[in-house]
Every structure is written in structure tokens, then in C-alpha cells.
Write a protein that binds this ligand. Structure first.
Ligand code: FES
Length: 144
């Protein structure tokens, strides 16, 4: 195999390796710290608020608590209640006064519970999302 081909293959291999390494070690840059989240809710017996579309509930877990919102018959969203602007401030926890909008009472940022995006105030980062899987009547909330 000639030198040029050998060198080219080496460069391609090293580039692929670098790509894999960076992809695997992608740092979690969300301002709300990553903590393990894994729980299941049985909607037949728990949180009647989630039985209607547009319903929401705050539950314990995550870094600053978890807010769960029902978007449709089979779609739910879940986010950490810690405000990404000042996550370590115990007062900076989202409250839902006008669903699907959640508000931080410290600096007044508001977020959309449909996708976690900030819609007003000083917030730049979206809410930390948690994965939801609905297998009626069970709702699984995890972060992996
Ligand atoms: S702490 Fe939430 S907006 Fe400032």
C-alpha cells in the first residue's frame, strides 16, 4: 500500500476517532445540575390533575422538583422546576399560574411547558427537560 494511501487512511481513522470521543464526552452544559431522575406514576390512582389535557402537577425529584404537564391524550412534558437563571437559589423555583406557562418568582422569567423554552424575562436557557414515556395508565419520567 503506497505511502499516500496509508497516510490518508490514518487521517480518516484519527478524525473518526476524534469525532466519536467528542460525541461520547459531550459535556452537559445546562445550568441546572444533572441529577438522576427515574420514577413512574400510575394515573389511575395518582395526580388526578394529569387526567385532563392542559393539566399539570409538581412532584418531588430532580434538582429543584419536577413539573409535569399534559399536552395531549398521550403526550406529557416534564421539566426541572429550578430556574436556569439562578438554579442554586432555593426561591428560584417555577410556579404554574397560567398553564402552559410557568413563571420564576425571583426575576420573573417565564417558560413554555410545551417545550421548556424561555418566553420572557432574563432567561436565556430553556428548562432542563426530563424524558416522559406514557404507557397508559403508567407515566415514566427519566433523564436517560
Ligand atoms: S432566578 Fe429565575 S428568572 Fe431569575
Amino acid at each position: 500500500m503506497d505511502l499516500f494511501l496509508k497516510t490518508t487512511l490514518r487521517i480518516v481513522f484519527l478524525s473518526l476517532l476524534l469525532l466519536v470521543i467528542t460525541a461520547c464526552t459531550k459535556e452537559d452544559r445546562h445550568p441546572v445540575p444533572l441529577v438522576p431522575v427515574e420514577f413512574r406514576i400510575n394515573l389511575e390512582f395518582q395526580f388526578i390533575e394529569l387526567n385532563s389535557i392542559g393539566g399539570w402537577v409538581n412532584v418531588t425529584g430532580g434538582f429543584g422538583g419536577v413539573v409535569i404537564y399534559r399536552m395531549s391524550v398521550d403526550q406529557f412534558t416534564a421539566f426541572d422546576r429550578a430556574c436556569p437563571v439562578h438554579p442554586y437559589d432555593q426561591e428560584a423555583r417555577l410556579v404554574v399560574e397560567d398553564p402552559p406557562i410557568a413563571k420564576c418568582n425571583v426575576c420573573g422569567s417565564t417558560y413554555l411547558l410545551l417545550d421548556g423554552s424561555p418566553i420572557s424575562g432574563p432567561a436565556k436557557h430553556p428548562l432542563r427537560p426530563y424524558r416522559t414515556v406514557f404507557d397508559d395508565p403508567f407515566l415514566y419520567v427519566t433523564n436517560f
